[in-house]
Design a protein around this ligand. Structure first.
Ligand code: ADP
Length: 410
């Protein structure tokens, strides 16, 4: 099955076409500056990237351009758009309504729309993208894969906030967690690399990218995760503060004489390792600055690692043990110095890192020694492939169900 995977932002649209049988990416690209002017990037497998400007007043035109490019007689990878048998959409917030991926019919889209308050920056553009796709490909099944879904197995004791209970019942305020597609993919792959079933292991997944989160996965189910109602909670991130005393927000607004919106902008976009270092949100810049003696860059790196250690330690306690720890995303996959600094704190419980394996960049690998009591892995995340797999599963289930209904004369 050829699956178009789409990830819509407010002014961007990332796409991949994946052949689900081989799991090969046939082409991928990005539409940027939607609603401003429009730039399309397109890369067929094994070929150079093409980039050109094209008017994209709205997401609809972006989807049309992507389909035109994919079927281009010269460098397209599809003979016609009918070859696309399903579309998988990355959806950010499914609230408590979606604990797994689902076919996107009008009723589901309306339910997602009702959740817009929980993700005002992310859900509305995704819905615009899905609706544009549905208009252009009305007969192609569309599946929504939610970033929050994998974390829906958390027990209430882990997701409830210690606020008046009616805020949970009235406003659905609770911990949801994000990056769920990645946490699911990486935890399942880690179990596979250990030669075990997910049901037989306790795994901690450290998704350390510009946005960063950690989850505890016990017997294949998420039991805790660091992000909360929004992706602001938890670890120190590139530009987000992560956990702080909530009073800081009132204090900043008061001392700086700024509004709540401006304060939240600072907490989201000017904090994290960027805020501490004053140098950059990118760990490569921080490494370089720290090597040149920049003390704030070093402090940012140390504080980041300290928080990762704290979360891993607490999740080991939550699960009453751990069999494997997996690192993924930009920093997790590419920064052995961060992994080493974090993992040295777990020597006491038998974690032994193999320095040769740990020098790798970006490849899947066990970085602990064979004898390490707790195994440590680098597992590159692949959210698009995870979306493709879920899409195929849901669409296939529906095809079987329809066939049975036909036979039964329903
Ligand atoms: P997101 O998807 O949240 O934008 P990514 O998972 O792509 O983030 O991670 C991006 C981050 O990964 C960069 O900001 C940078 O800090 C880090 N990163 C990427 N490559 C390296 C590297 N070689 N060494 C250290 N950090 C890296």
């Amino acid at each position: 099955m050829k699956v178009l995977v789409i990830n819509c932002g407010s002014s961007s649209l990332k796409y991949q076409v994946i052949d689900s049988e081989t799991e090969h990416v046939l082409a991928k690209g990005l539409c940027e500056r939607i609603g401003i002017d429009g730039v399309l990037t397109y890369q067929p497998a094994g070929q150079d990237k093409i980039r050109y400007e094209a008017a994209m007043p709205a997401h609809r035109q972006a989807v049309e351009l992507v389909l035109k490019q994919l079927t281009d007689p010269e460098n397209g990878v599809l003979s016609s758009i009918d070859e696309i048998q399903a579309v998988g959409h990355r959806m950010v917030h499914g609230g408590e309504k979606f604990a797994c991926s689902t076919l996107l019919d009008e009723e589901v889209l309306n339910t997602v729309e009702e959740l817009n308050d929980l993700a005002p920056l992310h859900n509305p553009p995704t819905l615009v993208g899905v609706r544009a796709c549905k208009e252009i490909l009305p007969d192609t099944p569309m599946v929504g894969v939610f970033d929050t879904a994998f974390h829906q197995t958390m027990p209430a004791s882990a997701f409830i906030y210690a606020l008046p209970y009616e805020y949970y019942t009235k406003y659905a305020m609770r911990r949801y967690g994000f990056h769920g597609t990645s946490h699911k993919f990486v935890s399942q792959r880690t179990a596979q690399l250990m030669g075990k079933k997910p049901e037989d292991v306790k795994i901690i997944v450290c998704h350390l990218g510009n946005g960063a989160s950690i989850s505890a996965v016990d017997q294949g189910k998420c039991v805790e995760t660091s992000m909360g109602l929004t992706p602001l909670e938890g670890l120190i991130m590139g530009t987000r503060s992560g956990d702080i005393d909530p009073t800081c927000i009132e204090y900043i607004a008061h001392k700086e004489g700024i509004s709540m919106e401006d304060t939240m902008e600072i907490i989201n976009k000017k904090s994290g390792v960027l805020g501490i270092s004053g140098v950059s949100s990118d760990f490569r810049d921080l490494d370089n600055a720290a090597a040149e003696g920049n003390k704030r860059a070093q402090l940012a790196l140390d504080a980041f690692c300290h928080h990762v250690v704290k979360y891993i330690g607490s999740y080991i306690a939550v699960m009453n043990g751990v069999d494997a720890i997996a690192f993924t995303a930009g920093i997790g996959e590419n920064a052995p110095n961060v992994r080493a600094q974090v993992m040295k704190q777990f020597k006491y419980m038998g974690v032994e890192i193999d320095p040769v394996n740990d020098s790798i960049h970006g490849d899947e690998c066990m970085i602990s020694t064979k004898d390490s009591k707790v195994k440590v892995f680098v597992v590159p995340t692949n959210e698009e492939l995870a979306i493709c797999r879920d899409t195929v599963e849901i669409v296939t289930e529906q095809i079987v169900k329809d066939a049975i209904d036909t036979v039964m004369g329903k």
